[in-house]
Design a protein around this ligand. Structure first.
Ligand code: ZN
Ligand code: FE
Length: 252
């Protein structure tokens, strides 16, 4: 397995560094300083940046890191004009070679239309950006609930033992919301308790296992009758239930 560092940035963002051999890969660049500090402390030389989407809190660190390290910068083709310095663009179905890593790309429209996520099948790592959060999902700035539901279903189809890294520490609010729409879910209740304790202790809730997310996130379970019932939409189609869950979270 690669060496991994989770790096808190800005107020609630996460960047991640992965190292294997001479390859050092950064996933998203919210700001340069905390990332440079970890690189310096570890004595690592940045070789690649993978970018999930165009929002400022995922790309603002790119120019300084690019100037210092001249890394390959790989990001979504559909957002090429909005992301500085891309050296390679990717889209659904691409497999990119990043040093020793083979990385699969999925288009996950919803939060932005061009958002991509990066899946390392051999290492069983998923970098979900602002598509999927622990017990949550990104706000729908540029696409429909149906589009986001389809994107999340793609991620839900990956194996349970995949480890997920996401772009933000939003988990405590997500957990407090999730129990309101899926109150009978014992696994969710247990997880919510663990999250309260972790945050009280100042610990991150990222990464997390995809299997646990499948069992507990209302955003991945819009086709479960219990969640449909929980949002007052029994018998509604999953994308309608999903839209209701997302709307309720917006107002939570
Ligand atoms: Zn974003
Ligand atoms: Fe973000």
């Amino acid at each position: 397995m690669p060496d991994i560092r989770l790096i808190p940035c800005l107020s609630d963002n996460y960047a991640v560094l992965l190292k294997a051999g001479d390859t050092v890969v950064l996933i998203d660049a919210p700001e340069a300083a905390p990332i440079e500090a970890v690189l310096e402390k570890e004595g690592w030389r940045l070789t690649h940046i993978l970018v999930t989407h165009k929002h400022a809190d995922h790309i603002d660190g790119i120019p300084a890191l690019a100037a210092a390290f001249k890394p390959e910068i790989i990001g979504p083709a559909a957002e090429e004009s909005s992301i500085p310095g891309l050296t390679q663009t990717v889209r659904e179905g691409d497999t990119v070679t990043v040093g020793p890593f083979k990385v699969e790309v999925f288009d996950t429209p919803g939060h932005t239309k061009g958002h991509v996520v990066f899946y390392f099948p051999k290492e069983k790592l998923l970098f979900a950006g602002d598509t999927m959060f622990a017990l949550g999902c990104g706000r729908l700035f540029e696409d429909t609930p149906a589009a986001m539901w389809n994107s999340l279903k793609k991620l839900r189809a990956l194996p349970d033992d995949v480890t997920v890294y996401c772009g933000h520490e939003y988990t405590l609010s997500n957990a407090r919301f999730a129990v309101t729409v899926d109150p009978g879910n014992e696994a969710l209740k247990a997880r919510a308790g663990e999250i309260e304790a972790a945050r009280k202790a100042g610990q991150p809730t990222v990464p997390f296992p995809l299997g646990l997310e499948k069992a507990t996130s209302p955003f991945l379970r819009a086709d479960d009758p219990a969640v449909a019932e929980g949002v007052g939409r029994p018998d509604a189609a999953p994308e309608i239930v999903f839209a209701e869950v997302r709307e309720r979270k917006n107002n939570f």
